[in-house]
Design a protein around this ligand. Structure first.
Ligand SMILES: Cc1cc2nc3c(=O)[nH]c(=O)nc-3n(C[C@H](O)[C@H](O)[C@H](O)COP(=O)(O)OP(=O)(O)OC[C@H]3O[C@@H](n4cnc5c(N)ncnc54)[C@H](O)[C@@H]3O)c2cc1C
Length: 344
């Protein structure tokens, strides 16, 4: 399964990143009898969470157990997986890539799948980092059901506005939006109306930090000393793609509300021929099931692209006469003899 060393120097495909997206691509490529190496640094985004939700048939499973299961599945198809970090990927000048690992190793790959995920930068508020993925959360679909009916605080940001508070009001009647020093006038009138209709309270004033009691969030403290009892706090992380390999290869980016992300077509193909990108590396909203789906599509498309590239090359060789007329006749004679022997 997870080995320290790869067995070859050259693969059809190197998959960079062994989260849901990368492993899903590897699974479909392995099942297509491609030689595949997955290089994974082992820092999946949802590692701080105890449970993964919203993946049909795997709802509530531990994220680590889910990945371990997929690793077992890809190993059955001969896919190799090493713990390591890819530091560079460069075109080799002949329709393939040289891939450098942090340990100095060099691997050759005909095609690349970059599935490196993203980094969540948390707001710089005391207590947030310590409780991230536990009672400090970001996503109503990942953790919302689990915190239903609780006292939920939501941290305002200009980017998310009132959106998260409104979504969480679907899950609890006790939701408070903390403006954290933002001007009340920053919120458009329409937002105030929606917040009022949803029954969301709004608290102005700068925040000082979270209050934790017996290893559980118990409140939110303002700089003026006031405390509000809350057992859940929703924050908007700044999401930055781990895309240094892609930008170094010259992949085009697109603007999203969360900033620039690598631009891919519906199959995950980037603007760089031979390089696919999938999962959170390509967008902030790629949940586990979407990441796995993107990996599947990329794996299948890439397999077909390699097949046709090889067949086109073979057809070209025939045209160039690499197969001599004598050789072709010999093959035909052998075929005729075989056909004749069946009927004899
Ligand atoms: C706290 C939290 C809870 C979440 N809960 C849920 C949930 O319940 N349900 C849900 O659907 N989604 C959830 N998500 C979102 C989920 O984490 C992502 O959808 C998912 O991880 C995306 O998969 P991925 O394969 O794109 O990236 P990741 O899972 O982040 O995997 C990327 C992998 O690439 C590796 N890597 C990065 N750079 C390199 C490199 N240069 N070389 C080698 N390897 C590299 C990383 O170490 C990592 O292992 C949650 C997110 C957070 C933050």
């Amino acid at each position: 399964m997870r080995t320290q060393q790869h067995s070859k120097d050259s693969y059809d495909v190197v998959v960079v990143g062994g989260g849901a997206a990368g492993l899903s691509a590897a699974l479909i490529l392995g099942r297509s009898r491609r030689s595949v190496l997955v290089v994974d640094a082992g820092e999946p985004r949802n590692a701080p969470a105890a449970h993964m939700h919203g993946y049909p048939s795997r709802d509530g499973m531990a994220p680590g157990a889910f990945l371990a299961e997929v690793r077992r599945e890809i190993a059955a198809y001969g896919v190799e997986l090493v713990r390591g970090r890819v530091t560079a990927a460069e075109p080799d000048g002949a329709d393939a890539f040289d891939v450098t690992l942090a340990d100095g190793g060099l691997v050759h790959a005909r095609r690349l799948v970059v599935a490196t995920g993203l980094v969540d930068e948390l707001p710089d508020l005391p207590g947030v980092a310590e409780r991230w993925g536990n009672d400090v959360i970001h996503c109503p679909y990942c953790h919302g059901w689990e915190v239903r009916d609780q006292a939920i605080g939501v941290l305002y940001s200009q980017a998310s506005g009132s959106h998260q508070a409104l979504l969480f009001s679907q899950l609890s009647h006790d939701v408070t939006l903390f403006l954290d020093g933002a001007d009340e006038d920053d919120l458009p009138d329409a937002d105030w109306q929606l917040l009022a209709a949803a029954g969301v309270s709004v608290v102005s004033g700068k925040l000082d930090g979270l209050v934790v009691t017996d290893d559980a969030l118990s409140g939110v403290r303002l700089a003026d000393g006031r405390e509000f009892a809350r057992s859940v706090f929703v924050v908007p992380p700044r999401m930055t793609p781990r895309d240094s390999l892609l930008t170094a290869l010259g992949a085009r980016t697109k603007d999203t509300p969360a900033g620039p992300f690598t631009d891919v077509d519906p199959t995950g193909l980037t603007s760089v021929p031979g390089v696919w990108a999938v999962g959170n590396a390509t967008g902030p909203a790629e949940q586990v099931v979407n990441a796995a789906s993107a990996g599947y599509r990329a794996g299948a498309t890439l397999n077909a692209e390699l097949l046709h590239a090889d067949l086109a090359r073979a057809a070209e060789r025939r045209k160039e006469g690499v197969f001599s007329p004598e050789g072709e006749r010999a093959v035909a004679r052998a075929r005729t003899a075989r056909a004749g022997s069946v009927g004899a």
